[in-house]
Design a protein around this ligand. Structure first.
Ligand code: DAH
Length: 343
């Protein structure tokens, strides 16, 4: 019964060796040694023919049992190793699903766009509609129709960039939009707000640049008085800067308005006491304005005997500077994210 004994020994040895198997490579080596072609159990099969005939069934069955036992042990070990590997990688590569995600960088509207929208909202509530006019203008609309004929010294107030096309220039203010709006709607009464980029041939500084955004305001209708003008602008100033702030109109000069004024608002920082922002005056200048000059009304297609109106030019950059105490206007255009992302 040597053969049966050695089969049993082979099984015991194989199972003992399997205990020590701890990885895929060792498992494969074990499979070759104990279930491969020259494994003891396999050799027992090939020796079967040499065994005495009456013992063959017994030996054959024993060999089959051993082979099956080894195959089952192998499968169980393989499964256990797989699970252990999975556990290891779950521990080692643990994902903390409660960690906050990485936020994508979020852009925001430019401070000037935000200010513009706030202005449209306020003027919109008062019945003013946004009207768009081009940056490239005619000399006629930018100057002449606004009561600034070619010989007039007031042209010195607005130098600009000229195109090679005679009589075509980059607008120096949004005021030529007044002419376009009036010519489009006359003789209907209008209330429009005209935003856009303006250009000046000037030395840039912390307070002015060669290009800047302006918002023009224009109301033309029957019986529009200086009281309407002052009330509308004061209401706007208080809504955008603060309800309790006082405003004042100072006499000024613009060729396209008569009378002309400049509106100041009480300093948002010191409330009139005098500080660095208002340069000690207690007031901040926010816009040029006035009652539309009869010549301009006429150039726009309105009869100045029947119609009157008011107009204003406001810099949203200046509005934003005053509201957020920004010191240098050039920060608006140099695209420094550290500045832009504050708003
Ligand atoms: N266009 C003027 C400028 O840029 C500002 C201005 C003043 C506009 C008075 C107006 C106004 O509509 O009535 O200097």
């Amino acid at each position: 019964m040597d053969e049966l004994q050695s089969l049993e020994q082979a099984q015991a040895a194989a199972l003992a060796a399997l205990e020590a198997v701890n990885d895929e490579a060792a498992l494969e080596a074990w499979r070759i040694a104990h279930l491969g072609r020259s494994a003891p159990v396999m050799l027992a099969f090939s020796r079967l023919g040499q065994a005495p005939k009456e013992l063959r069934p017994q030996i054959g069955q024993a060999a089959n049992r051993v082979k099956q036992a080894l195959e089952e042990a192998f499968a169980a070990r393989a499964q256990a190793l797989k699970e252990a590997a999975l556990q290891r990688s779950l521990t080692a590569e643990r994902l903390d699903v409660t960690l906050p995600g990485r936020r994508p960088a979020q852009g925001s509207l430019h401070i000037e766009t935000q200010t513009l929208r706030e202005m449209y909202r306020i003027f919109g509530e008062m019945g003013f509609q946004v009207f768009r006019a081009p940056d490239v203008e005619t000399d006629e609309n930018n100057f002449t129709a606004l009561n600034i004929p070619p010989y007039h010294p007031a042209r010195d107030m607005w130098d600009t960039f000229y195109t090679t096309n005679p009589g075509v220039l980059l607008r120096t203010h949004t005021s030529p939009g007044q002419i376009r709006a009036m010519r489009q709607f006359a003789p209907q009464p209008i209330r429009v707000v005209l935003p856009g980029m303006c250009y000046r041939y000037e030395q840039a500084s912390s307070r002015k640049d060669i290009q800047f955004t302006q918002v023009e305001l224009l109301a033309v209708g029957y019986h529009i008085t200086f009281g309407d003008f002052k009330g509308t602008l004061r209401d706007f100033a208080q809504r955008i800067f603060g309800e309790s702030l006082r405003t004042r109109l100072r006499p000024s000069y613009f060729p396209f308005t008569e009378p002309s004024a400049e509106m100041d608002v009480e300093c948002v920082i010191c409330r009139g006491k005098g500080c660095a922002l208002c340069k000690g005056s207690g007031w901040l200048e926010i816009m040029g304005c006035g009652m539309v000059h009869p010549t301009v009304l006429q150039n726009g297609g309105y009869d100045p005997a029947k119609f009157s109106g008011f107009a204003a030019g406001i810099g949203p950059g200046r509005v934003a500077m005053l509201r957020h105490a920004i010191e240098d206007l050039r920060a608006f255009y140099i695209n420094d994210v550290r500045f832009l992302e504050q708003f």
